[in-house]
Design a protein around this ligand. Structure first.
Ligand SMILES: [Fe+2]
Length: 429
C-alpha cells in the first residue's frame, strides 16, 4: 500500500497468477458490497538461473473519504469475471485495515511517520513492533530508507516473496514509501522497480520507482536513488540530479504552504566510522558528485534548495548530525537552521547485525558535526507540524520489544525563516 495524492491509496498484492482481484470495502459500517477496483497486472522475470516469472498486481481505489478507517480484503476472480472460489487460483486474504488522513486545517495538520531501513527477514528486530503499530493508527506512513529483504533477488527471487509475505501485516495496513539501496541493485534493480512500482513516480515525472516525491500536509518528501552514484552511468547520475533539482525548485515555489522538505535516500552523506569507505570516499562522492562534477552532487542540491533534513540508512546504527555543510559543522542549534541536518536510521535489524562505531576515546577524532549516535537496534519517528519537526529515536531490544528513548530533537522554523529559505532557493535556481 502506498500513500498517493488526494487520499488515493494503491494496493499491491503478489500472487502466482494474473487472475483478477476484487476488494471489499467494509468501511465503518461493515455493510458495503464488494467493489471491483481498477487493476494493473504485469510480469517480470527474475534474472537468476531459474528465470522465475514474477506476477505483480496493483489496485487503485477511488478517492477515499478523509479521516476514515477502511477495512478491506483481496479475493481472486476468474478471467470471466466470476468468482474463482474453489478453483486452484482461488485466494482470499484476511481483512486488513487502513486509515486516511484528516483534512488539513489550522491546528490539526500535524502527523507522524516512521523512518527505518536495512531490514530483512532474518533478525528483523523492529518488525514485530511495526506490526503492532498498525492497529494504533498513530502513524500515517513508513518511510523505508533502503535495503529491504536481504535480498529481494536471492534464491531466484524467492527471498523477495518470503520478505513481502513476512512484512505483509505491516505493508497491508500502513502506507509505505520506499527508496532503493545497494541490496536491491541486482538485475538493474528489477525486483525493486517491479515490487515497488506503486510508488508515485509517474505523478512525479520520473521513469521508474527509483525516484519520486509527494506533498503530504506540511511536508514535501522526496525519495532519491543514491545507488545511481555507484551503479549508474554519468548520464543516469545527471538525470537523477536534474530531476531532483527541478523537483526542489517546484517545492520551493510552494514553500509558504508546504514549509518542510525532507529527502530520503539510502547512503549517508556523513557518518562517523572513518575506518569505512562509506564514511570517507563514498560519502564524498555522494556529496559533491565526484567524478561527474565536483559541484553537482546530492549535498550541493540539498544546500542550494534549502532542504531541512536528509534521512538515510546503509550504516546499521543511528547517527544524528547537527546542521552541516561541506563536512563542517554549521551550528549546534536547530532553531531556524541555515543548513540541512542528517539522520541515519539503518538499525531496523537484519542478519548482518549492527555496525560498530570507531573507538571514540580520542575525542579529537569525533567529527564536530556529530550530534548524537547510538549503536543498537531502533527506529525513528518524525512528527511534522507547521513550524516544527520532532524526531525521536527509540531502541528496540533484541527480543523485539520497545526499549528506551535514545535520542530526540526538535527543529523549529519561523515564518520568516521559511520565507528566507524560499527566497534563497529561488535566487539559486
Ligand atoms: Fe546498504
Amino acid at each position: 500500500m502506498v500513500i498517493g495524492t488526494e487520499r488515493t491509496v494503491h494496493l499491491s498484492h503478489n500472487k502466482f497468477t494474473l487472475h483478477g482481484f476484487q476488494m471489499v470495502k467494509l468501511s465503518e459500517s461493515n455493510s458495503q458490497p464488494w467493489r471491483q477496483l481498477k487493476r494493473q497486472s504485469w510480469t517480470f522475470v527474475d534474472g537468476g538461473e531459474a528465470q522465475h516469472t514474477q506476477y505483480m498486481h496493483t489496485l487503485s481505489t477511488e478517492t477515499l473519504k478523509p479521516a476514515t478507517i477502511y477495512s478491506y480484503r483481496i479475493i481472486t476472480i476468474g478471467d470471466d469475471g466470476e468468482s474463482s472460489e474453489g478453483t486452484d487460483n482461488s485466494f482470499e486474504s484476511k481483512v486488513f485495515e487502513l486509515h486516511t488522513p484528516a483534512k488539513s486545517s489550522k491546528g490539526s495538520s500535524s502527523f507522524k511517520f516512521i523512518a527505518t531501513g536495512d531490514i530483512g527477514v532474518n533478525n528483523a528486530v523492529s518488525m514485530p513492533l511495526f506490526k503492532q503499530f498498525v492497529t494504533s493508527h498513530e502513524y500515517d506512513f513508513v518511510a523505508f530508507v533502503g535495503d529491504q529483504g536481504y535480498n529481494l533477488d536471492d534464491f531466484n527471487g524467492t527471498k523477495g516473496d518470503e520478505y513481502m509475505k513476512f512484512a505483509e501485516e505491516l505493508y497491508a495496513n500502513l502506507p509505505i514509501l520506499t527508496t532503493t539501496g545497494n541490496h536491491e541493485q541486482a538485475y538493474n534493480f528489477s525486483h525493486y522497480k517491479n515490487r515497488f512500482d506503486l510508488m508515485p513516480y509517474r505523478e512525479s515525472g520520473f521513469d521508474n520507482a527509483l525516484q519520486y516525491s509527494i506533498n503530504y500536509k506540511n511536508l514535501h518528501l522526496v525519495s532519491f536513488d543514491t545507488e545511481v552514484f555507484f551503479e549508474g552511468s554519468e548520464e543516469e547520475v545527471l538525470t537523477a540530479l536534474h530531476w531532483l533539482e527541478e523537483d526542489l525548485i517546484e517545492a520551493n515555489k510552494r514553500r509558504s504552504k508546504v514549509p518542510w522538505i525532507i529527502v530520503f535516500g539510502h547512503r549517508p552523506l556523513y557518518c562517523s566510522v572513518m575506518s569505512s569507505s562509506d564514511c570517507v570516499e563514498k560519502a564524498e562522492k555522494l556529496r559533491f558528485g565526484e567524478p561527474v562534477d565536483k559541484n553537482y552532487g546530492l549535498e550541493t542540491l540539498l544546500s542550494r534548495y534549502k532542504v531541512d533534513l536528509y534521512l538515510c540508512g546503509h550504516k546499521h546504527n543511528y547517527e544524528r548530525s547537527y546542521p552541516v555543510l561541506n563536512n563542517t559543522l554549521v551550528t549546534t542549534s536547530y532553531h531556524n537552521p541555515p543548513s540541512f541536518f542528517q539522520v541515519i536510521t539503518g538499525n531496523g535489524g537484519n542478519y548482518e547485525g549492527c555496525d560498530k562505531f570507531d573507538d571514540m576515546t580520542n575525542t579529537a577524532a569525533i567529527p564536530k558535526w556529530l550530534g548524537n549516535h547510538y549503536e543498537g537496534y531502533g527506529f525513528t519517528t518524525v512528527e511534522v507540524s507547521r513550524n516544527r519537526l520532532d524526531l525521536h529515536h527509540y531502541e528496540v531490544q533484541e527480543d523485539g520489544t520497545l526499549g528506551d528513548l535514545r535520542d530526540q530533537v526538535r527543529v523549529h522554523k519561523t515564518k520568516g525563516h521559511v520565507k528566507k529559505q524560499a527566497k534563497l532557493a529561488a535566487e539559486a535556481a
